[in-house]
Design a protein around this ligand. Structure first.
Ligand SMILES: [Zn+2]
Length: 204
């Protein structure tokens, strides 16, 4: 089991898994919500049924999500997770409540994988690729309406395409993975990880 989320922070922080920076500007997204609203939004997101379920499953698997595990922050992506440190929501890029909830669900899939996947190594491109595919798929990051708003919708098959695109962006962001290695890793683990909905019964 990974030391990660279950150790209450006693293990030295590892490199966070940062999601790819938004395509627009690196530091502030236009129409980002005020800081106080985002801080409150992080707390509100913890009541989301998917968030509650994931936290329960993480605890059941023997890892701890402690009270300060989720934090509002100013950062360069939408969010990140570091083993033994917790989840940051990058409030400078959050425009709506549902974006905050999505980030937390996405990062909790990483927390879950960190907890249950034996010997997970976040420096390993294939390991990260698998978790990114699952996080993007299971969080609903690529659901119809959200993609439509971003102008990425292409009719049929957009969901897997979107999951692949987003997973690739995050793996490319890993300093241990070259662009080629990231692409190869995503392709290699795609079928296995896209079809692995744990701890859900299926992708919702
Ligand atoms: Zn991710």
């Amino acid at each position: 089991m990974a030391a990660a989320a279950g150790d209450g922070g006693s293990v030295p922080p590892k490199t966070p898994i940062a999601e790819a920076p938004p395509a627009s500007r690196p530091h502030v997204t236009r129409n980002a919500m005020p800081w106080e609203r985002c801080v409150a939004g992080v707390q509100l997101a913890l009541k989301d049924p998917k968030v509650v379920f994931l936290r329960e499953q993480i605890e059941k698997a023997g890892c701890t999500v402690w009270p300060t595990f989720f934090r509002a922050a100013i950062c360069t992506s939408s969010g990140n997770y570091a083993s033994g440190v917790g989840v940051q929501v990058c409030c400078n890029h959050m425009r709506r409540q549902d974006e905050i909830t999505q980030v937390i669900i996405h990062e909790l899939v990483h927390v879950y994988d960190d907890c249950v996947v034996k010997n997970i190594d976040w420096k390993n491109c294939a390991h990260q690729a698998c978790s990114e595919i699952r996080a993007n798929h299971l969080s609903g990051n690529c659901h119809y309406k959200r993609e439509l708003m971003k102008g990425f919708l292409k009719i049929k098959g957009h969901e897997p395409e979107c999951v692949k695109r987003r997973a690739l962006l995050s793996v490319k962001n890993n300093p241990h993975c070259s662009e080629k290695a990231a692409e190869a890793a995503v392709e290699k683990v795609w079928d296995m990880c896209y079809n692995d909905p744990r701890p859900f019964d299926k992708a919702l």
